[in-house]
Design a protein around this ligand. Structure first.
Ligand SMILES: [Zn+2]
Length: 494
């Protein structure tokens, strides 16, 4: 029986402003964290997010703005915090890789890597020349095979030939153990297609070792390599370690309580680093692997690939401005399943909003509270205890909970909305206004009570997704006198 839950998003790279892709991952983490807080208690859930703040591109962007890299990262990481606040994201901690608390532990980790041997008895780290083609846009070396017309396909720029001294991590020696862990689902990789992909990578058996440091002259903005002042730590040991540095690895209470992570969310483009580099680093440290990596794909916007050059990058702030945080989350999560083709059809949002929230949930709240007010003087005759006893009516909640635990958010919402439709149809069918006219009080009250119980269950099931809406509904239903809301929860948009 699981009694704690630790969930992470990747730390977002500050060379980019928050967009809908970041928002999606963070909203998913928020839904799961809220769900498990209800199930396990606040103290037993930890939700970590943050920003990745080192590297060449950050220094370049800062120089362009004529500010220091630190100032630059301060600005952008604040934008991420602001965006999450607007979306009503309730994280436990926000880690920044430029923070002292992070950098100190990274240095400890590096020293451990340096002192440790691989299972085959080799040094984990070794120094060597790296020569290759380097794309400044990607901030990584790319292979001939990846080039299109001699250019990086993502950045449409010619890579530079580069020879330099690096410290390398001997990845190959860890691959057999990683493969075993993935095959046995000790390290779950979800969805299954991604697991296959990772195993395919390992089986190709030419997975190169990876650089953990680069010369200061190439990367000036980063953590010093403790034993070689000519080198700065390069991306992965710095960035991936955040998942344990934030908890205070190796001896703080949070770390003891919450590691290993239960769910690490990430996008497809960083799968290899999380599924191969990260477990290898953890094996050197001799600590458990995360239980699961959950991967989502890239986003389309209205059927088009999202890209800066197409000018269709969507900011979560714009959606929140238009729809509010609650509706924004609903509209995104109800459109596609986690891990599948992700097309955010923003053009469909107004129609979906009117159909599901105005005519669906909003209408149910309005007409039910209105009838209770009109026909029963606002007294439904159910105590809070009665309502609590009605929880999981017809196994409704256990059904939804199962979908949430399996990350089937679209299906969970669909099931909630099916109940909303059913209750709305029941109201139409039973015509309570005629019962009122014919003075059939007993039947009328019984029906209104049943529907109230359903609405109570609906509100509870919505808590992880739409916490403010859920709270609002619960407040209405548990008030001494039930009243129709003065302003509709979801005003119609044209
Ligand atoms: Zn590139």
């Amino acid at each position: 029986m699981k009694n704690k839950f630790y969930i992470t998003t990747p730390i977002y790279y500050v060379n980019d402003q928050p967009h809908i892709g970041h928002a999606y991952t963070t909203v998913i983490a928020d839904v799961l964290a809220r769900y498990y807080r209800q199930k396990l208690g606040d103290d037993n859930v930890y939700f970590l997010t943050g920003t990745d703040e080192h590297g060449v591109k950050v220094a370049e962007s800062a120089a362009k703005q004529k500010i220091t890299p630190q100032k630059f990262t301060d600005n952008i990481s604040q934008q991420f915090k602001d965006a999450w606040q607007k979306l009503d994201i309730k994280y436990n901690d926000f880690i920044r890789t430029t923070e002292d608390r992070h950098q100190k532990i990274v240095v400890n980790i590096l020293n451990q890597l340096k002192q440790t041997k691989t299972p085959q008895g080799n040094d984990v780290l070794y120094e060597a020349d790296y020569q290759g083609l380097y794309c400044v846009g990607c901030e990584k070396f790319i292979t001939e095979a990846e080039l299109v017309d001699g250019q990086c396909p993502d950045h449409k720029r010619k890579p530079e030939k580069l020879v330099e001294k690096n410290w390398f991590f001997r990845l190959g020696d860890f691959l057999p153990a990683i493969k075993k862990a993935i095959e046995a689902d000790q390290l779950i990789i979800y969805p299954p297609g991604r697991k296959k992909e990772v195993l395919g990578l390992i089986n190709k058996q030419n997975m190169p070792d990876f650089s953990i440091s680069r010369p200061v002259k190439s990367v000036a903005w980063g953590i010093d390599l403790p034993w070689d002042k000519e080198q700065k730590v390069y991306v992965w040991v710095d960035a991936l370690s955040n998942y344990i540095t934030a908890l205070g690895y190796p001896d703080k209470e949070l770390y003891q309580k919450f590691w290993p992570a239960d769910i690490q969310l990430l996008a497809l483009d960083i799968l290899k680093f999380h599924a191969l580099y990260w477990p290898a680093i953890l094996m050197v440290l001799d600590i458990p692997l995360p239980k699961g990596l959950y991967i989502h794909g890239f986003f389309k916007i209205n059927g088009q690939k999202m890209s800066k050059s197409l000018g269709n990058v969507v900011s979560p702030n714009d959606l929140v401005k238009q729809y509010g945080s609650e509706v924004t989350k609903y509209l995104i999560l109800s459109q596609f399943s986690f891990g599948s083709e992700s097309d955010i059809k923003i053009n469909d949002f107004p129609a979906k909003y009117n159909a599901d929230l105005v005519n669906g949930l909003g209408n149910l709240i309005n007409r039910l509270t209105n009838m209770i007010e009109q026909y029963l003087d606002g007294d439904i005759g159910l105590t809070k205890k009665d309502l609590e006893k009605s929880l999981n009516i017809s196994k409704f909640l256990s059904n939804i909970n199962q979908e949430i635990e399996e990350l089937n958010f679209k299906l969970a919402l669909l099931k909630i909305w099916n109940i909303i439709s059913t209750v709305n149809e029941e109201i139409d069918k039973n015509k309570p206004w005629e019962l009122a006219k014919n003075n059939d009080q007993q039947k009328l009250k019984k029906l209104l009570q049943d529907w109230t119980k359903y609405l109570y269950n609906i509100a509870v099931s919505l808590q992880p997704f739409m916490p403010q809406t859920a709270e609002h509904i619960l407040k209405i239903l548990t008030a001494k006198q039930i009243k129709k809301p003065v302003k509709p929860l979801f005003p119609r948009i044209n």
